[in-house]
Write a protein that binds this ligand. Structure first.
Ligand SMILES: Cc1cc2nc3c(=O)[nH]c(=O)nc-3n(C[C@H](O)[C@H](O)[C@H](O)COP(=O)(O)OP(=O)(O)OC[C@H]3O[C@@H](n4cnc5c(N)ncnc54)[C@H](O)[C@@H]3O)c2cc1C
Length: 310
């Protein structure tokens, strides 16, 4: 039994979601190998070899893998799949783009979004926006799995010393081409990897107020900024800040929700946070039912006071 983890990386560094996925692979047992498929990705392969618990890094390097096109990456995984009982992807936008292609080609049922390994063939995964946990047993010979990264503590990024094995990159499928990428630049920590997240809701009322109230708090705490879907839909915050069922799943050490009611779709994205602080002027707001600390207050006075005190 051995497991192949598909690394998420930018050809230089390994993205944190890979570390949680390695932890899930370690929980399955057996050898853990990591595939770094990219172009000029030697630095990322070296970084992967340092991850604790990794037995081998497979480094496939070529122009076809430069931009993470799902068709080519899936073909690369399929070229290696014969050697593995389990193939694990982080449950990120990229992982969710590639894993179903691999599962379909292998003619197996994908097990999605696992949060716990019960045994090598049995896994837990949240359903109904996290309101129930399903235990799923797979009888497929090969298991293609996506891992909800907040369900597993990250493997240590250093301490390992795996050998790096080079493999030929697959040929370009010709089915898609990379056109361009617009990446939002921010000095803040990435939302899904941040230790502290401060999120604003519809109560902020405008994009200007969202900036004016939430940014100083994030700056003071060195936090990432998140938002409810209502705030995003209203244009107060950009789409990539949305936390929740249809946004990002976060589990920071500290999550501060300001002017967010706590709809189940929002809770689905943050209720595994270690400490939750809610600021809301409605004492009946559902967010208080998951909050460790609740402040019944007007956020327009409470948040600046917090910034002042912190
Ligand atoms: C299929 C589906 C998927 C969804 N996915 C998501 C998702 O991923 N993420 C998500 O967030 N939502 C999601 N939603 C939407 C969700 O149901 C809620 O509509 C949304 O979360 C509400 O956002 P909100 O809490 O900011 O706004 P509201 O529900 O309007 O709440 C605003 C809160 O602010 C409080 N408030 C108002 N003024 C102040 C003030 N001055 N000071 C302090 N508190 C104040 C109010 O008491 C209220 O509790 C989804 C819905 C559906 C149907």
């Amino acid at each position: 039994m051995s497991t192949l983890v598909i690394a998420e990386h930018d050809n230089q560094t390994i993205k944190p979601a890979t570390l949680n996925t390695v932890a899930a692979a370690s929980a399955i047992g057996g050898e853990v190998h990591v595939l770094v498929a990219g172009h000029n990705a030697g630095a990322a392969a070296q970084a992967a070899s340092q991850i604790a618990g990794v037995g081998k890094v497979i480094h496939a390097d070529g122009a076809s893998l430069a931009d993470g096109l799902a068709e080519n990456l899936a073909a690369q995984v399929l070229a290696l799949a014969g050697d593995y009982s389990h193939i694990l992807f982080p449950s990120t936008a990229s992982g969710k783009n590639v894993a179903p292609r691999v599962a379909a080609k292998l003619d197996v049922a994908q097990v999605s979004d696992i949060t716990k390994v019960v045994s090598p063939d049995t896994f837990e995964r949240p359903i109904y926006a996290g309101n129930a946990i399903a235990t799923v047993q797979s009888s497929d010979a090969k298991k293609v799995i996506t891992v909800r990264t907040t369900g597993f503590d990250a493997a240590a990024a250093t301490g390992g010393s795996a050998q790096v094995e080079t493999r030929d990159a697959v040929a370009d499928s010709g089915k898609s081409a990379f056109v361009g990428r617009e990446v939002s630049k921010s000095d803040r920590p990435e939302l899904t990897a941040a230790k502290i997240v401060v999120s604003g809701g519809r109560a902020l009322g405008s994009s200007e107020k969202f900036q004016e109230v939430m940014t100083p708090l994030a700056d003071k705490l060195g936090a990432a900024i998140g938002a409810s879907r209502a705030a995003v839909d209203a244009g107060y915050a950009p789409n990539d800040l949305q936390v929740g069922q249809t946004g990002k799943i976060v589990a920071p050490q500290l999550y501060i929700a300001a002017g967010i009611s706590g709809a189940i779709q929002h809770l689905a994205g943050m209720k595994d946070s270690k400490v939750i602080v809610a600021i809301n002027k409605d004492p009946e707001a559902p967010i208080f039912s998951v909050a460790d600390y609740g402040l019944e207050a007007d956020l327009f006075t409470a948040v600046p006071e917090l910034v002042h005190q912190a």
